[in-house]
Design a binder for this molecule. Structure first.
Ligand code: GLV
Ligand code: MN
Ligand code: MN
Length: 422
C-alpha cells in the first residue's frame, strides 16, 4: 500500500464508485510509475526531460482514446477540445499540470488532469451533450522545478512571461530552456504568447488536491477556492572568499555561510511574527567541500503572505538583516526576484455559483500557486475545486487523497462542466 495509489486505500469519504471507475483507476495506474523513485516513492517529473515526454504522450493517448485531437499552443501547453472552440466558443476549460517538484507527490497536478478526462467520461455516460465546447488542458512546467519560474506555461500563454526570458533560463547544469526544448525535439524560436488560444477559454476550472487541512477541518470532500495568497521566489547570492578550513584563523575569514545561516533563521522568525510563510528549501554551495570555506552560497527563498504589503515588509527586513550581517563578516549579498505572483481573488460570482451548485461546498483560500491564478490574473473567469487531503501534506511523497474523495471530485467537476457548458 503506497501513498501514491488512492485505489489501494479504504475510503473514509464518499464511497460511491465513479460511474466509470476503470477509467479513473486505469489512468492513475498508467501514470503512477512515471518519474517515481523506487527508493523514496517521490516523483521527479521535470520540464523537457524523458519523463515530461512520457507524460505528454500519455495525455495524447487519453485524448485520442476519447476521439479528441490534441494541439499544442505557442507556449507548449497541450489542449484537447470536445467541440470546436473556434466555431462554437469560447469554451469551458478544465485541467491542470503533470510536472512535479523534486520528490513530489502523485496528486499535485495529475489529479486535475485525470479528473478532467474522468469528468468528460461521466458526462458521456450520462448522455450529456454540452452546448459549449469543453477543453482539457495540460499546462507545462507549473512547478518551475528545473528552470526556476513557476507556471511558465500559463504565464507565457497569457503574455505574463517574456519568451526571451524563458528561453534564456538555465537549469542547475547550465542548460538553457531553449537548448532543453531543442533536446526534446521542440522549436524554441516559436515560443510566444498565444492570444488565439487564450480567446478560446471562456471559463477555466482547475481541480486540485488540497495542500492543507482546510477541508478536513470542515468535514467536506470537495471545496471551492476563494483566493491565492501572493507569493514570490527570491534568489540570495551570498559571496565571500574560499580558503582552507583548518589553517585560516577564525578572525581572517570571509565566510558567506554565516550571513546565509543568520538570514535563514531571520526568515523563519520574521514569517512567524507576521503570520506569513518563509522557506529556504534549496541551497547551492561553492565549492561545496567539507574542508574549505565557501566562496559562494546561493539560497532560494519562497515567501508567501495574505497581503502583498506583508511580503514587502518581510523582504525588506530580511534584506536589511542579511546586508548588515554580510558587512560585519566582510562578505556580500545580492537578492533577485525570480518569480512573483500577486494576490488572486477568484471571480466571486463564479465561486459562489459553484459553491451553490455543489450543495454549499466550503469556500477556502490557499497559499499554493496554480495556473488557475495566472489565468485569473489575465482576466479569464476562473475557479478552483479542491479535493480533501487527509494529512494536508503536499510537495512530498506522502501527499494523498482517498479514492472516495477523488470520486467526489470527479462528480463535482462533471456537474460544474455540465452547468457551465449548458
Ligand atoms: C506550487 O505548487 C507552489 O505553490 O509552489
Ligand atoms: Mn505544487
Ligand atoms: Mn499543482
Amino acid at each position: 500500500m503506497t501513498a501514491s495509489d488512492p485505489g489501494k486505500h479504504a475510503s473514509s469519504g464518499d464511497e460511491r464508485p465513479l460511474s466509470n471507475p476503470a477509467s479513473f483507476q486505469s489512468m492513475w495506474a498508467d501514470l503512477v510509475d512515471v518519474g517515481r523513485s523506487p527508493a523514496t516513492g517521490g516523483y521527479r517529473r521535470f520540464a523537457l526531460t524523458p519523463e515530461d515526454g512520457q507524460l505528454r504522450e500519455w495525455f495524447d493517448q487519453e485524448a485520442t482514446r476519447r476521439g479528441l485531437d490534441v494541439t499544442s499552443d505557442r507556449a507548449g501547453n497541450l489542449w484537447a477540445w470536445w467541440g470546436d472552440p473556434d466555431s462554437a466558443g469560447p469554451g469551458v476549460v478544465t485541467g491542470s499540470h503533470l510536472d512535479s517538484v523534486p520528490e513530489g507527490g502523485a496528486f499535485d497536478g495529475p489529479l486535475g488532469v485525470i479528473s478532467a478526462f474522468a469528468a468528460l467520461d461521466l458526462l458521456h455516460v450520462q448522455n450529456i451533450t454540452p452546448s459549449r465546447p469543453i477543453g482539457v488542458v495540460c499546462f507545462g512546467d507549473e512547478e518551475g522545478a528545473r528552470f526556476g519560474v513557476a507556471c511558465s506555461g500559463s504565464r507565457l500563454l497569457t503574455g505574463a512571461l517574456d519568451p526571451d526570458r524563458l528561453r534564456s533560463l538555465t537549469d542547475l547544469d547550465g542548460m538553457s530552456y531553449a537548448d532543453a526544448m531543442a533536446w526534446a525535439g521542440r522549436t524554441p524560436h516559436l515560443l510566444a504568447a498565444d492570444p488565439k488560444a487564450v480567446a478560446r477559454i471562456g471559463t477555466f476550472v482547475e481541480l486540485h488536491v488540497e495542500q492543507g487541512r482546510g477541508l478536513v477541518d470542515k468535514g467536506a470532500a470537495v471545496g471551492v477556492a476563494s483566493e491565492i495568497w501572493p507569493h514570490g521566489r527570491y534568489r540570495f547570492d551570498f559571496t565571500g572568499r574560499a580558503d582552507h578550513a583548518g589553517t585560516t584563523l577564525m578572525s581572517d575569514r570571509a565566510d558567506p555561510m554565516l550571513a546565509y545561516a543568520m538570514t535563514a533563521l531571520a526568515a523563519n522568525k520574521q514569517a512567524r511574527a507576521r503570520d506569513a510563510r518563509a522557506t529556504f528549501g534549496r541551497l547551492a554551495v561553492q565549492p561545496n567541500s567539507t574542508n574549505a570555506i565557501p566562496s559562494r552560497v546561493t539560497a532560494w527563498l519562497d515567501a508567501r503572505a495574505a497581503d502583498p504589503a506583508i511580503l514587502d515588509a518581510l523582504l525588506s527586513e530580511l534584506g536589511r538583516q542579511a546586508n548588515d550581517r554580510a558587512e560585519r563578516d566582510g562578505t556580500a549579498v545580492e537578492i533577485a526576484v525570480e518569480s512573483w505572483t500577486d494576490l488572486i481573488r477568484f471571480d466571486p460570482p463564479l465561486r459562489d455559483r459553484l459553491a451553490g451548485l455543489l450543495g454549499g461546498a466550503p469556500v477556502l483560500p490557499t497559499a499554493a500557486g496554480h495556473d488557475a491564478g495566472v489565468l485569473a490574473a489575465a482576466g479569464i473567469p476562473t475557479a478552483m475545486l479542491f479535493v480533501r487531503n487527509p494529512t494536508g501534506i503536499s510537495h512530498s511523497p506522502d501527499e494523498f487523497a482517498e479514492l472516495g474523495d477523488c470520486a467526489a471530485g470527479v462528480r463535482a467537476l462533471a456537474e460544474v462542466l455540465r452547468e457551465l457548458a449548458a
